[in-house]
Design a protein around this ligand. Sequence first.
Ligand code: URP
Ligand code: ZN
Ligand code: ZN
Length: 490
Amino acid sequence: MTPFECTVRNGTIVTAADTYRADIGIVDGRIAAIAPHLDPGSTDIDATGRFVLPGGIDSHCHVEQLSSNGVMTADDFHSATVSAAFGGTTTIVSFAAQHRGMSLPKVVADYHACAGPKAVIDYAFHLIVSDPTEQALSHDLPALIRAGYTSFKVYMTYDMLKLDDGQMLDVLELAGREGALVMVHAENHDMIKWIAKRLLANGHTAPKFHAVSHDPLAESEATHRVIQLSRLLGAPVLVVHVSGIGAVAAIRGAQSLGAPVYAETCPQYLFLKASDIDRPGLEGAMYCCSPPPRDEASQEAVWQGLADGTFQVYSSDHAPYRYDASGKLPRGDATTFKDMANGVPGIELRLPLLFSEGVLKGRITMNRFVALTATNHARMYGFADRKGSIAVGLDADLAIWDPTHETTITAAALHDNVGYTPYEGRTIRGWPTTVLSRGRPVVADGALHAERGSGRFLARGTPAPIAEARAPSAQLGLLRSLIAKPAAQP
Ligand code: URP
Ligand code: ZN
Ligand code: ZN
């Protein structure tokens, strides 16, 4: 009798470090053997001519999330995870978003209630912290970190989400101390608000003015500022959805000084430009996200940063809003660029776009592709002991890629609930035709094979950047002792 419930044979395995021909044997949803030749398991998948990669991890997506303006995303945990799986992603880390006045434990419980019965692949939650009260800082966040919510996102912009610099320092200090990683949306709020006010006063309301108001300098300034806040405390920080040449340069500069500064980018900054927003009527709204797509020089800088290691992770920032009154057009024809929900969909196309335009066109190696789309996400967010690579003992989360598969993208062929894609009509090569989550084929032969609710919650450990944060310099040690919080009086 075969020892394996499933085998994947005759394929070429690609990890962040290696590329080699071997068979994979799976027992109890985990990789049990990797060898040149294995006998077939109860289920046997022939991967001849295919590349066998770790399933993708998407550590930035907004699912069943209410925006700070009260707009609900078009995808729930079923449609988002189905769409992710069809695009080769086997784990998502979406957000449990606190709005001001909300209790963090209650927010987390609410997101579990949404995700548990619906997700078809494994999932975890980052927290969004918009209200760092004493209760949150002293009690709720430390308890949640210990329970496996070891990363949180904070915002430097948006009226109802933004933290001031003092609050940012509070959160960075807590995260560094308690073992969590802070993700930062870095844009200068007042610059954006000031430009937008002038634009509207001058009658410039079309979607393309969204990109004008979110000037690249607003991103560079906030990126530079959060880097200094992080360096002051020696607390690691990950700047999310980096779009502009100035922000890339600031991050690279900090990294060259040895600062624990990490970065993420997304498909929209490689494959879209600000000029794409300039469409008839309000159509440009379908291309509006924050930060917005930029110019060719910024695209090139982002490509360069992916190749040279400035970026550790490439995520979708899937923020799915329909092109109707429920999302992009809350005021119908009278909608201005300030009224539209911000965000673009991308959970399904994230990997195929980068595989086609990055790997097959020679901009990045397939090993780097694996690092950027899976391995580094698991390391950065504290679950590399379970996922993100192909090794004995890890979950058998695998994406089997056919490099010859050619597709012309249409929204109708995707599995999200958005109704459009900003990448409509592009032809790409390469597709993950079979996708396994913990050894279960969730997508095969173009069909879904996973039940609602079959995905599992993933509690996480300490993110690698936090674990690896160097011992503080003498100067930083002295600063820390001088500014340590006084112990509470009995
Ligand atoms: O425009 C975007 N990215 N919307 C989603 C919210 C965020 O800031 O990531
Ligand atoms: Zn953001
Ligand atoms: Zn986002």
